[in-house]
Design a protein around this ligand. Sequence first.
Ligand code: HEC
Ligand code: HEC
Length: 242
Amino acid sequence: MKTKNMILGSLILSIVFITSISSRNDNNSVSISPKVQDTLITGQELFRLNCAGCHGTDLGGNPPNYPALTDIKDKLTKEEIRIQIKKGKGMMPPMSHLSDNEINAIVNYLFGENGNEQVTMVAALSPIEQGEMLFKSNCAGCHRASSNDPKPQNSGTQMCSMMEPAVLAGASKRFTKEEFLNILETGPCYMPSFSYLNKEEKEALYAYLKTLEGKGEAKRPTMGEKCPMIKKGRSCCGGGQN
Ligand code: HEC
Ligand code: HEC
């Protein structure tokens, strides 16, 4: 595994290096080409960031609600999967914010086509943009960003303990960054744990939520305000077990 990572690391470095050299020759100038700022990422990583919350980092899913994707290539064509990612289905939210490039990398990974080693060039994201992408893929099915947004598709279903989870504009005022990290680590009530996201990724989510302050915040006190246990990442529903 270590060696794989090292190979991947040096591959990424050399590609970035080659791109920067060639762009210098092409333009006859030393200005940084946009390609250099783009990011190389594997389909597997994109899957972790956008799909693993429901389908598992190992594609095992969480049946019966969240199907396993291990043998998906025997069931659906690549095109069918691309359409399902863009449009969503049932409790799977549409992910129209992903680029074709990103979707193709994910689908190739699902088809077992060098997901580990193959790197795909995608547009580099600032932490706030990364937070927004993570929000849309992982949180928007249950939480509205702003109370001006339409109701999330899964609110009021069993998936969200039959209610609508808090609007997240203003969550960065209700919770310190540390409290927010606790909440994501365990996931209170019916909220899943996001322990497979690393600290930077969780902080990117927090940075995105900060940009929502004052933009349609929750009108009534949220459960996190009424129940301080939430700040420690503990549940307040169903007897506080989690
Ligand atoms: C919020 C949870 C959630 C997320 C995030 C999610 N999915 Fe799904 N996915 C589902 C659910 C629920 C279904 C079953 C939908 C149905 O048939 O009603 C599903 C079904 C699928 C299927 C079809 C499975 C089958 O056996 O028919 C594919 C393929 C799929 N998802 C791929 C993805 C990919 C790729 C991503 C990330 C880009 C993703 N999903 C993100 C919940 C999710
Ligand atoms: C399956 C539904 C579901 C998903 C997906 C989900 N949550 Fe939650 N979340 C809940 C529920 C249920 C609660 C507890 C009830 C409440 O606080 O409204 C909660 C509570 C929270 C709280 C405390 C809110 C407050 O002010 O009281 C925060 C913060 C939070 N979630 C952030 C997130 C983030 C960030 C994501 C995505 C990475 C996410 N949630 C994904 C269901 C979900």
